[in-house]
Structure formats: structure tokens, C-alpha cells
Design a protein around this ligand. Sequence first.
Ligand code: URA
Length: 209
Amino acid sequence: MDGVTVVNHPLVQHKLTLLRDKTSSTKVFRELFNEIGTLLCYEVTRDLPLEMIEVETPLAKMKSPILSGKKLVLAPVGRAGNGFLDGMRNLLPSARVAHVGLYRDPRTLVAVEYFFKAPDDMADRLTLVLHPMLATGNSAVAAIDRLKEHAAKNVRIVCLLVTRRAVDKVRAHHPDVHIWTAAIDDDIDERGYIVPGIGDVGDRMYGTR
Ligand code: URA
């Protein structure tokens, strides 16, 4: 699908299957989510620019690559987005974090903002929007709108599951934003849940239902 990279690494696919299993405990669910966050982070940062610097090993001086320029902003969206955060920060300990507090109105499925806080130098950084469940695309579009208002320029979105309709919506509003995901699922049900999906991420991760 145009604008989408499906990460079909065996470890990601194995862990996704365990996440789908409704009998996985809250503890296991949270751990798997973190681990997949780390693995997706590895894939989404695969093309980051490098520059050569001189280092001195215990044996010799050499030129060696290091990440170039200002680093990244991780922007988790809502409760589900926070599930990827620790796993990604394991690989990107210096990344800034922009909190995008949005929830889905359960009746209209429209995104409602309750909190927003982002670093001032977004324009100089690559922003990774952490949005595990791209169901309708409404909250992803709202989050990216908000981040771009705050000067974000170079934006990527990291998902666990997407639907085609959500991808179409995000790509229609933000054609510059590429999407990484572990799988493309069929569609959403009448409550806005991805089917077959993994259920309500916030509830399963935080044990609220
Ligand atoms: N949010 C969730 O937690 N699950 C879905 O299936 C869709 C949105």
C-alpha cells in the first residue's frame, strides 16, 4: 500500500499474535507492547543520517559513524501511544517527548484534545508519532495537525495495526507522512474497534476493564 511500510519481521509478527490473544494478562500485554515498540523503532529509524567523527579505540584512531544533526521527538498519542514510549526510549534515550493527549469520543469517534505539550525546537527534529491503533484516522490527523501547528516538519507515524480507510484518510490530509505498521487489519466495527484487532489497548494495558 502506498505510503505504508509493513514491518513483517518474525519477532514483530510473533509478538503481535501473542498480543491478539485475549487471554494474555495485563503484565504480558504491557511487556509485549514495549518490546514491539523497540522493534518498530529500529525499523523506523533505519535511514537516519550519519556523519563521520574521529574516535580513539584502545588500539588506534579511526573515523566512525554517529547520528547527525538534532535528534528526535517521540509523540505518543493518548493512552495507547504511551505503550510504545518506554520501548522506544530504550533505543533513543535522548529523544524529546511531545505529549499529545487525545481521546476518541465514543459516540462520534471524533478526536478530543485534553492535553498538549511539545518541545519548542520541533522544526529541527524528526517527529515520530506513536499511534498504535490507526482505526478511523481521525485522531492521527488531529495529532499531526497539532504537531505541525507547533512547527513539526519531518513527521513519521508508528502504528501497530492500521485499516485501509485510516491510511487513506491520513495520506489524504498529510501525504508527506509515511506510516510504519506491524499489520493491516480488515476494518472497524460499529464502536470503532479494529477487527480482528487486539481490543481496547488502554483497557488491556492498564487493566481498566
Ligand atoms: N483504539 C483501541 O484501543 N483499539 C482499537 O481497536 C481501535 C482504537
